[in-house]
Design a protein around this ligand. Sequence first.
Ligand code: ADP
Ligand code: MG
Ligand code: MG
Length: 898
Amino acid sequence: MTRKVYRFGGGVADGDATMKDLLGGKGANLAEMSAAGLPVPPGFTISTEVCREVLTHGGITEQGAGKSARLPDALWKEVDAALAEVERLMDARFGDAERPLLISVRSGAAVSMPGMMDTVLNLGMSDEVAAGLAKLTQSDRFAWDAYRRFLEMFANVVMGISRAPFEHAMDLLKHERAARSDRDLGADDLRELVTRFKAVYQKETGHSFPTDPREQLERAIIAVFSSWNSDRAVKYREFQKIRGLIGTAVSVQAMVFGNMGESSGTGVCFTRNPANGDKELYGEYLIDAQGEDVVAGTRTPEPISTLKDRMPEIYEQLAALTENLERHFRNVQDIEFTVQQGKLFILQTRHGKRTGRAAVKIAVDMVAEGRVSKDEAILNLVEPAHLDQLLHPHFADEAGYRRDNRVLAKGLAASPGAGVGTLVFHADDAEAARARGEKVILARVETSPEDVAGMHAAEGILTSRGGMTSHAAVVARGWGKPCVAGCHDIVIDYANKTLSNGKVTLHEGDWMSLNGTTGELISGAERLTDALVSDDFQVFMGWVDQVRTLRVRTNADTPRDAGVARAFGAEGIGLCRTEHMFFQEDRILAMRQMILSDDERGRRKALALLLPYQRDDFAAIFRIMEGLPVTIRLLDPPLHEFLPHEPRQQEDVAKAMQMSVERLRSRITLMHESNPMLGHRGCRLGITHAEITEMQARAILEAACIVKKEGKTVMPEIMVPLVGIVAELTHQKNVVDRVAKEVFAEQGIVVEYLVGTMIEVPRAALAAESIAEEAQFFSFGTNDLTQLTLGFSRDDVGSFLPKYIAAGIYADDPFKTLDIAGVGQLVKLAKDRGRARRPSLKVGICGEHGGDPRSIAFCAEIGLDYVSCSPFRVPIARLAAGQAALKSRGIREKSGEA
Ligand code: ADP
Ligand code: MG
Ligand code: MG
């Protein structure tokens, strides 16, 4: 291994912002800021490679375990040298009673995981050091406050002891002293607290706490490394799909103190409002407090705007520094700062998590301000998930619930959006309800990292305590989940599982609605509607469309969906499934007659009833998609899906068909298939029952003629499903072409149309060259192609796929994200072979994967013409395609240099 420890401080640094993989985001940015001359307390970062090394070979398995574990000597050598440098810069010594140096030991991986791993503050404490510190700072209170914090943190983070007995001891003392807040406790009280905390430590661990600073340091570093594998960190990475990281870095840094009285404080701020994107310094702070106090929810922090009056100079400095950071990092920054007796220090900066609405506004604003280029804005400032969030529903009638006085209370609008569900109070209950398919709102006094799984399962999150940067708020914003935080007007009672505003009490299981955009809690289940789209959104998407080459179509079966998709920018329909058209009340009977007829004559009679319906539907879709291609798939699903299973339905069908119910039932039994997915479906239906294909081709082409006569351009593409061998396609194509001739002769007009096929059977992919002789286009049906390539029945994967993914056998659900190494190779091969035979072959994908950003990037990379996805994902696909285009350009530029 190369270098293990990277120093920063005193205007220089060994690392920089590009080294996130090695130093973690926190360490890399601390280095970058130090080198840029920002007021960052000096320190050093131990690399993620050391973490991996220690976790794999150091005999450390989980938190608190391996108490005898030691750090390697080679590491100590580098740590000692770096520590000596910090001592020199701080003019203090680690463990020295005269001029003590205290340090923090901080975690930080390449991808930010707020609050998921551990940090220890005030390390290097002992009785002598505390006394020395008191003398040096002339503040007994401060010294004992730092000491008691250290004892609790060390016990909790390093030794894995619950905070409860410490909190209990604190509460008891406050009660004895009639103190309302921690700040009412004096120096002597805190000294007493230290004594009691030591006793707690002794009782819980069976030995006294280590006073040797080097031992403290070693234990803390090992604990931070181990926190990489803590339950909550592992779960968080699963949810966020954070993969491929080797571990956390550890940053060791000289402490600065926000808890040195009225001229000291600590806070967090964003360079722009992360909820709505407004350009303003945004955040919170506490006077006379240390780091974790702001997010812990024990004291309610002040909005940063009030710092202007309290500490005008500091405010000005902070505004200027953070502005510079935003310019430097070319992105909104989320900054942690501490003021020690009138001097400002920056402790962390990272790209700020923001809502979808804020992301789009910030991107448009920063381009307008000349801070970033349009390409940068597309690539770095908006994520596909942001658009997903932006397109989320909101409440249909906000005025209505206000008028009806159903607003229970108002808290902080911590994360926008609307959530409706039944009330639960524990994260476990939220998870269990979700598993049962129920929607819940999770209400907590405050949340902690242990709650993330339940928070993820909930439709919305509500807390009665904590600010805009509390755990609940930060996590919810990251996910785009609605959250109302710090709702002080309600009382949450865990024991009785109730929530009350003093007048109205809701119980577990009661329906409620949460408006994260306004902060309102509403009793009852509110109706939701579609999302709103802003001007900024249109502007931004315009830029995206300029850079992308991959086209985006939509999967739409109805005129309504087609209209929505076109408004979202769809450039055609990639998949119009015709079977959904048969399920409507007035049509299903005819469909059932068709299926259950004994002979072709009976089927033709029923099909004749269906034809006008289909023709009208297609005509409506062609009108909406005027000038754009519309791919219509011929009937695909196994016929038994349409069969009547209820006795009443069976009677209706029997009556209409003038046959006995018994006879009908026996026909139904005859149609049973043991493996319908591999059975009589797709083009197999159209081949055995050519009259179905005839009817559908006629409906499509007659509709096309009608709409063309209205003066509109129609571009029908008829798609034959489930082809495995070219002869199947030839058969169906002949039927379509014959019907086309008839229709055009009858209508006295000709419409250009294409006939192509879905590629969803692996054989078709392999035999793509011969299939391309007949097919004018390919559309990869990646749902079936995945099912058939992996041999995973889509309807049955629930029993093993989640375990497969948890065990890392498949990294992702292959039905969500294209299995690039397997199915993706088939797609690429089929496209190459198909184009080799027919260079004009149009190629797209229409499976679920067409709306998944990583799958879209792959489609762009291998040169497909389009992806097709559900209407609400069209903007996401446009962005993913734009980002893929920019990235591929970047890669080309780089390889051009080499
Ligand atoms: P997290 O990743 O959970 O935010 P951090 O390492 O950033 O953890 O530390 C938690 C808190 O402790 C932060 O609010 C930070 O401001 C504070 N802190 C960390 N190191 C120092 C330090 N050297 N001096 C003062 N405060 C610190
Ligand atoms: Mg932090
Ligand atoms: Mg299919």
